[in-house]
Write a protein of this length. Structure first.
Lengths: 244, 309
């Protein structure tokens, strides 16, 4: 029934002598929310950046519905169906809110242009709860709203897989529950999502499965309840605040 | 085209018609000024089409311009004159695409230095070839008059504006605005940023080479040191920045006052032109960031707020 959307096999990334990611392997199936968790510096963001094509893996293969992504530049992975947000929000400050979202719809996986792209963008802004801010300049947005715009931009190309790199980080408690509800609603509409996250509440309530990384390698995989009770995972987090 | 767009096009069309009548009324002195302005309008507007949205400062104008003048210098005796700007534009476009493919992966200051060096490189190559063949400069003696030159430049300016308007409405134009804001985002939404920049960089290359080809008869005698003079590249940058690169009309608003000012400076203080040029450049950067386009935006916002309050 459930098809594999993304296959990561034997992926290693070396920066000079430093091995940031070592022999990672995991699958993501359709309509699944997969969490990548682990202590700081464990290689989560590096893993995400290789999937989105920001840089190529040193070894290994990353397949999206059978097509090889490893080594492709970012614009090609985007066209094949990888959408992402950034750990530090990246918006286009000289463009309007709507144009920021249109940017994601014009060149990516499923393409729209003109009225159709604009309509699509406005619909997505409603979808992420920003319907009222369409005309505002980017500089006047609150922090969570900048994250919403970025999410809408990532959704605008109708990606096969959506990468959220600490999308919930830095939100206050009220915003956090709004944010979790929003990501959950995306899951409910059948999106396939990879989530890099530190917020444990979010991981428990959102992820169908998790892989846990430590020092660049996978140390556990399973449901959030399973991995968070795994002794090795607890050891990896020891000395760190588990709810950080 | 919507009614609103037609309303915007009409003043431009009228301005073009008025400009076309200048040679019939102006004195030779003012015709010469108008020709210089038309030349810089083409150069600065096409320069801003690329450098405005991408924020890459190109100093390659002189390289393309020089190639254009040499196309005319070598071809005016054997080919009909109308073909020369076309050949020059094709060569300028190819040169720009090659340079773009090599350099547009470089960012910021490296790109500036490379483009500055390019004009010098091409000049040295041409000089070397001339030395090998025993030539010095060339005489370009044609029946082309100043009026003809002016009209050709005006037609070229109209083409550049048309290209700018079409690009502004196109996906390429939108892609370049995204690249100018954040290149990483541009790549991640699916834009082939290298291709987009190379494609757009060919436009100032073609325009500057065509201008060089058209203007060659005005110089009568051309040699590498004048055809590839780096000053031209700097003048174009200053005029475009004075006017502002955010709008298509921006460079025009910089070219007209700057050409008049330059004329005044070269007459009153022929030995201090470069010094005064430098001071003017500093003033523009400090007093008029965003050029006249930016100033116009601030005035409009203030009027808007005043009226709304």
């Amino acid at each position: 029934m459930s098809r594999t959307v993304l296959e990561v096999q034997g992926v290693t990334k070396r920066f000079g002598g430093l091995v940031a990611v070592r022999d990672m392997r995991f699958d993501v199936t359709e309509h699944e929310v997969m969490g990548i968790i682990g202590p700081n510096g464990s290689g989560k963001s590096t893993m995400i950046n290789m999937i989105s094509g920001l840089f190529p893996p040193s070894e290994g293969s990353i397949r999206l519905k059978g097509a090889e992504l490893a080594g492709l530049p970012a614009h090609k992975t985007a066209r094949k169906g990888v959408g992402r947000t950034f750990q530090l929000v990246r918006l286009l400050p000289e463009l309007s809110v709507v144009e920021n979202v249109v940017a994601g719809a014009v060149f990516g996986h499923r393409r729209r242009w003109g009225k159709s792209a604009e309509g699509h963008a406005k619909q997505l802004l409603e979808r992420v709860g920003l319907g009222a801010s369409k005309g505002l300049p980017i500089s006047s947005l609150t922090y969570i709203d900048t994250k919403r715009v970025e999410l809408a931009r990532a959704l605008a190309g109708d990606p096969e897989v959506l990468l959220l790199d600490e999308w919930l980080a830095g939100l206050n408690p009220t915003e956090l529950s709004t944010g979790i509800d929003l990501v959950r609603s995306l899951r409910d509409e059948g999106r396939t999502i990879i989530l890099v996250e530190h917020v444990m509440d979010a991981i428990r309530s959102l992820c169908d499965r998790c892989v846990v990384m430590s020092s660049g390698a996978k140390i556990a995989e399973g449901t959030p309840a399973e991995v968070l009770s795994d002794p090795e995972v607890i050891r990896a987090y020891l000395g760190e605040d588990e709810d950080a | 085209m919507s009614a609103q767009e037609i309303g915007k096009v009409i003043p431009w069309a009228l301005a073009l018609v008025v400009a076309a009548f200048v040679p019939l009324m102006a004195s030779p002195y003012w015709l010469s000024m108008a020709t210089t302005m038309a030349m810089f309008v083409v150069l600065a507007t096409s320069w801003a089409l690329f450098s405005g949205p991408t924020h890459y400062i190109s100093l390659a104008t002189a390289a393309f311009f020089g190639v254009g003048t040499f196309v005319t210098g070598l071809g005016f005796q054997t080919l009909p004159f109308w073909m020369l700007p076309l050949i020059a534009a094709a060569l300028g476009g190819i040169l720009a695409a090659l340079v773009g493919m090599v350099t547009l992966r470089l960012s910021g200051v490296y790109f500036v230095i490379f483009t500055l060096g390019l004009a010098e490189l091409v000049r040295q190559v041409v000089t070397w070839v001339q030395n090998q063949t025993g030539q010095r400069g060339m005489y370009v003696l044609t029946s082309i008059t100043e009026k003809d030159i002016y009209w050709m430049l005006l037609g070229l300016a109209a083409l550049v504006y048309l290209a700018g308007w079409l690009i502004g409405r196109s996906k390429l134009g939108f892609a370049l605005r995204i690249i100018g804001n954040d290149e990483t985002v541009a790549r991640h939404v699916g834009i082939d940023t290298a291709m987009a920049k190379v494609a757009l960089f060919t436009i100032p290359g073609m325009a500057a080479a065509a201008v060089g080809a058209i203007l060659a008869p005005r110089y009568i005698y051309i040699e590498p040191s004048t055809a590839f003079a780096p000053l031209l590249s700097f003048q174009v940058v200053i005029m475009a920045l004075l006017g502002g690169t955010g709008r298509l009309w921006g460079p025009l608003a910089g070219v007209i006052p700057f050409t008049l000012l330059w004329e005044f400076i070269t007459r009153q203080a022929p030995n201090q032109t470069l010094l005064l040029l430098g001071i003017v450049f500093l003033l523009i950067v400090y007093v008029l960031p965003g050029g006249f386009v930016g100033l116009w935006g601030r005035i409009r916002r203030r009027l808007h707020q005043g009226g709304g309050a």
